[in-house]
Design a binder for this molecule. Structure first.
Ligand code: TXA
Ligand code: MG
Length: 321
């Protein structure tokens, strides 16, 4: 069922059922982070390996204090600057956060999202919500309620419909390293530049951090169902000219007789608009009946880093071409 009924969503969550929730980044598949029954269901529904931990969402820093051991000042400063918003912070957890949520780690990933409906829901709940992106493991993140509906409708009782996600790429994940410096574990909705401005240095991006356990497997992350290739469009168009093509371009219209559909991320070349449209357009291309989707990389600045990272991973899944 899809709707906007917060009390109904709350009731399901209290009963350890799962509810898909809108956030400013992507839709999440949410369950009670304090209850193993709910958390187990998240892994099952997503078909996600249990070594891959889940982000915990709530609506106030006070609530986070109650389930974490400490909140180092520099991380608190970033939290106060960017929350509610697309930043996820790793903090030492208390035992109320079940080990299943963190896949055995003593650090829990937390964030305060920024979406009217979900934040209202979080205000009413006495427990935080564990929520990975609401897609099957390895496939594209959902930025519309219908994307969740297509993949998970039969397995969850309710999808809270909050429209198209405004940021459109997942949160940036950060932690403090052993030298008390900020490290980025995943590029996302808060840019490296924005963090640098707050902390006074450019944080290191730990490229391998999210795929140490099963590198080959996770390279296929964010992949469309169709064959997908990212690179120089001129070369790719020539290489695949005998196929029916879907093309994702950054700001310019691309014309070629083999192109069935060309989606342009931002005609004005605005990187934020490009991020907002990224998954929505990829889903659309994936559903258009073309034979292969071709995409070009976007400028590697601001949210462009997150977009390019996803393009690269999606493309790596089809490197047999
Ligand atoms: O924007 C987002 O972050 C969305 C929305 C729903 O909040 N969530 C999301 O969750 O993207 P997910 O599960 O698709 O990606 C979360 C990533 C995973 O790659 C996971 O390995 C990492 O965060 N992660 C979660 N908890 C962690 C932890 N305790 N330590 C290290 N990495 C963690
Ligand atoms: Mg995900």
């Amino acid at each position: 069922m899809i709707g906007q009924d917060i009390s109904l969503a709350k009731q399901f969550l209290i009963n350890n059922e799962l509810v898909a929730i809108p956030t400013e980044t992507v839709y999440g598949l949410a369950g009670n982070a304090f209850h193993p029954d709910a958390v187990i269901k998240i892994y099952q529904v997503k078909k996600r390996p249990q070594f891959n931990p889940i982000i915990v969402h709530t609506n106030t820093i006070e609530k986070i204090f109650s389930f974490t051991e400490s909140f180092p000042p520099i991380l608190l400063k970033l939290a106060e600057k960017f929350w509610p918003g697309p930043l996820t912070i790793l903090l030492p957890k208390k035992t109320t956060i079940h080990d299943l949520v963190t896949a055995g780690s003593n650090l829990v990933a937390v964030r305060i999202p920024n979406h009217e409906l979900t934040n209202l829901l979080l205000t009413e709940l006495e427990f935080p919500l564990a929520a990975p992106s609401a897609n099957l493991f390895g496939s594209m993140s959902p930025t519309l309620a219908k994307h969740v509906d297509e993949q998970l409708a039969e397995q969850i009782p309710y999808i809270l419909d909050g429209g198209q996600c405004e940021v459109g790429v997942e949160s940036t994940i950060i932690k403090l390293n052993t030298f008390d410096k900020i490290e980025i574990l995943r590029a996302g909705g808060i840019s490296e530049e924005e963090i640098a401005e707050e902390v006074g240095y450019i944080p290191k991006i730990k490229k391998s951090a999210l795929k140490p356990e099963a590198p080959g497997m996770l390279m296929s992350h964010y992949a469309p169902k169709l064959p997908f290739k990212a690179g120089d469009l001129k070369i790719l168009l020539n290489q695949f000219k005998h196929k029916k093509l879907g093309v994702l371009s950054f700001s310019e219209e691309i014309s070629h007789p083999s192109i069935i559909l060309n989606k342009i991320l931002s005609k004005s070349g605005n990187i934020k608009e490009a991020a907002k449209n990224f998954f929505t357009y990829l889903h659309e291309l994936d559903d258009t009946g073309v034979e292969i989707i071709l995409a070009e990389f976007v400028p590697d600045i601001d949210l462009g880093k997150a977009i390019n990272d996803k393009l690269q991973r999606a493309s790596a899944a089809f490197n047999y071409y």
